[in-house]
Design a protein around this ligand. Sequence first.
Ligand SMILES: Cc1cc2nc3c(=O)[nH]c(=O)nc-3n(C[C@H](O)[C@H](O)[C@H](O)COP(=O)(O)OP(=O)(O)OC[C@H]3O[C@@H](n4cnc5c(N)ncnc54)[C@H](O)[C@@H]3O)c2cc1C
Length: 265
Amino acid sequence: MYQFTYHRPKSLDEVKKILGDNEEAKLLAGGMTLLPTMKMRLAQPSDLVDISNVDGLSDIQDDGDAIEVGAMVRHADVASSDVVREAMPALAALAEQIGDAQVRNRGTIGGSVANSDPAADYPAAVLGLNAVVRTDRREINADDYFKGLFETALEPGEIIVAIRFPKPKRAAYAKFPNPASRYAVVGVLVAETSDGIRVAVTGAGGCAFRATAMEEALAKDFSAGALEGITVDAADLNSDLHASSEYRAHLVGVMAKRAVLALGG
Ligand SMILES: Cc1cc2nc3c(=O)[nH]c(=O)nc-3n(C[C@H](O)[C@H](O)[C@H](O)COP(=O)(O)OP(=O)(O)OC[C@H]3O[C@@H](n4cnc5c(N)ncnc54)[C@H](O)[C@@H]3O)c2cc1C
C-alpha cells in the first residue's frame, strides 16, 4: 500500500546523502502534514528521511540578541520554553495556540515553516519578528522566504536547520482560529523591532505577508486608533468556506488592533 524506504539518520551529512541519492525522498519531521498528505495519496515519496534523531536540530539557544530555535523543536517545547517565554512571550503564546495537544507534541517549527501552509501560525512570527531561516546551505531573511501558496525560497533538498528570531522590543500575536482545526482564519503579529514596526499577517492570503500601510501608521502613532480605516485589499485575499475575502480583510484590521492593544497601544 505505502511503498517507501524509511531512514533514520543521525547526522545532517547522512540526511544530505540520502536526499542526494533519492530524488523523490522527503524529510519527515513531525509528520502532522506529510503523513495525512500521503494517506490521501497526494504525496508518494520513495524514501522518508526521519530527522528526529539528527544531532543539533532540537535545541533552543539564547545567543544574547536572538533566540535560535532548532528545526525539530516541537510546538509544545516552544510554548513551554523559559528562554522563549522570557525573551519573546508572543512566540511562546503563538505556539501554545497551534492546533491541539497532539499536534503541538508532534509538529515542529521546521516542518511548519518548510510547509508554509497559508493558515499556519509560525509564518506570522517569522515575518513579523524579522527572523532568519537557517538552512544546510545558507541564511534566508524572512522578507525573502515566503513566495506564495505552499511556496518558499527553499530549493529542492534544502534542509531547514534552525530559525533565528532577533529579540523584539515588544510583540504580540492575535489570532482568529478556525473553531475545528485551530488553524488561523487570520492571525496578525505586531512587533516593535530594532528595524522598526512590523505587522505580519497569516491566514488571509496565499502566504504570510506584511501590512505595510499599518506599519507606517503605527510608526507615527502606536495605538489601535491609528489603524482605524486601514486594512488590506480583499481582492488579494483567500475566499473559502471558512471566510470570504472581505471578511478576512475585516479580520486583519480587528486582529491588528487587538495585538496593538495587547501591547498597551
Ligand atoms: C489537526 C491539525 C491541526 C493543525 N492546526 C494548526 C494550527 O492551528 N496552526 C498551525 O500553524 N499549524 C497547524 N497544524 C500543522 C502543524 O502545526 C505542523 O506543524 C505542520 O503540519 C508541519 O510540521 P511537521 O513537523 O508535522 O512537518 P511534516 O509533516 O513532517 O513535514 C511537512 C513538510 O515539511 C518538510 N520538512 C519538514 N522538516 C523540514 C526541514 N527541517 N527542512 C526542510 N523541509 C522540511 C517535509 O518534507 C514536508 O514536506 C495542524 C495540523 C493538524 C494535523
